[in-house]
Design a protein around this ligand. Sequence first.
Ligand code: CTP
Ligand code: ZN
Length: 151
Amino acid sequence: MPEKELLVQKIKNGTVIDHIVAGKALQVLSILGVSGSEGKTITIAMNVPSKKYGRKDIVKIEDTYLSPEITNKISLITPHATVNIIREYEVVEKRPLELPDEIIGLFKCPNPNCITNASEPIETKFYLPSKDPPLLRCKYCERIYAPSEVI
Ligand code: CTP
Ligand code: ZN
């Protein structure tokens, strides 16, 4: 590979999330619950040229193996990202994302009258009544939202 294409180094161990929609890497880290204060090395590349699409983001989290339950949460904002598990420099697992059946405690319900927004807040819960296109239904007020309305 020509040197100019080696934008970010390969890692020895950890999780690489590749083919993230350009510009969404920081949102991906936020949904994954990774802040950087864990002390692991994190590399973020944003708006880099992609062979498949025009531009993409990449996130590499070293010495951390994220479970499918965690990584599948990002499918709402970047459904075509791939999760690569790296061990001793080799890709030992390549997972496409799957939409989860429900999402607990991650997003606020946009309905101001929803009980989850009352003075004593309740943990939110959204079901996915449709996956293509993805829709979110609040368990409490039963309103249905497009992901962009909730995230
Ligand atoms: N990667 C890494 N460190 C390694 C091995 C791979 O950071 N030791 C990264 C690569 O830079 C790439 C991703 O993990 O962003 C997937 O690697 P690989 O499967 O080798 O790349 P591609 O074949 O291009 O993957 P795809 O088919 O998913 O595009
Ligand atoms: Zn609600």
